[in-house]
Design a protein around this ligand. Structure first.
Ligand code: SF4
Length: 279
């Protein structure tokens, strides 16, 4: 008999639920509908949206015409402007918390700050923030070694909404050593902080911890990184198929958490599979 506990606040956050609702509504608009890039970092959900008529276009050329849903991670302002100019029906599903970070990056640049983004280089959200910050952005780093050797005197810092506090503290400590004046905009979203805290609390109490979410999902990967030191047997899976029944050998307490782009159905599927395995 195993005891399965799900961490509080596991799974889809406000921004993801909102983006999904917007995208599903777009499927009922006449004409073709696309998201520009995957709506969220969850391949199963993205595939199911495509079945409902909202496919993924990676470029405006690929989408050609019709309705264009801008992803929850945000879009560069120049791309949004071009989509409108080309006549797309643009529906912006950017999470309002991400929009806030974009605005801060833009405003800090206007106020004469050089901008450092604490975030994962190349991540869709981070790239949209970088685009909003424009030429003012001097560094993007989720670890201190990714910072340049020197920084301008006056630095404004914005933070990717899903960064963990450990990453933020480490990079911020290094930025403070390199710049004379540092203005920090605390932009990690509450949903992320709560989910990470609950996952850590649970990981410290179980022998097996399963983190569910897209392998391409940065916030799910950070949940894994947070849980792993607290529970050696922590695994990041996208789907039940990836569960090895051997993980359950001798285990009495299992913890489950899930990233911000993981719908409840995927959490339920993992729970019922584990219960079945435990007999
Ligand atoms: S994790 Fe936070 S910022 Fe990101 S989509 Fe969800 S609510 Fe928005």
């Amino acid at each position: 008999m195993i005891d399965i506990k799900i961490a509080e606040n596991a799974g889809a956050c406000y921004g993801v639920k909102r983006a999904l609702k917007i995208a599903r509504e777009a499927s009922s608009v006449p004409g073709p509908a696309h998201t520009l890039g995957p709506l969220i970092h969850n391949p199963r959900v993205v595939a199911s949206l495509a079945e409902q008529g909202v496919g993924v276009a990676h470029t405006l050329d690929e989408a050609q015409s019709g309705t264009l849903v801008l992803r929850s991670h945000g879009t560069a302002p120049a791309v949004k402007a071009e989509a409108i100019a080309r006549g797309f029906e643009v529906i912006d599903a950017t999470c309002p918390y991400v929009s806030k970070v974009q605005e801060h990056a833009y405003e800090l640049g206007k106020q004469g700050y050089s901008v450092v983004i604490i975030g994962e280089p190349g991540h869709a959200e981070v790239e949209s923030i970088r685009a909003w910050g424009g030429d003012a952005v001097v560094a993007v780093a989720d670890t201190p070694d990714k910072l340049p050797a020197t920084l301008p005197d006056k630095v404004g810092v914005v933070i990717q909404t899903t960064q963990s506090q450990d990453h933020v503290d480490a990079v911020l400590g290094a930025v403070r050593k390199l710049a004379r004046e540092v203005l920090v905009k605390e932009t990690v979203c509450f949903a992320t902080q709560e989910r990470q805290k609950a996952a850590a609390d649970l990981a410290g109490k179980v022998e097996l911890m399963i983190v569910i979410g897209g392998h391409n999902s940065g916030n799910t990967t950070r949940l894994y990184e947070i849980c792993k030191p607290l529970c050696e047997a922590t695994y990041h899976i996208e789907d039940v198929d990836e569960i090895d029944p051997a993980w359950l050998a001798g285990v009495e307490h299992v913890g489950i958490t899930a990233g911000a782009s993981t719908p409840q159905e995927q959490i339920d599927a993992v729970c019922s599979y584990l219960n079945k395995l435990a007999g």
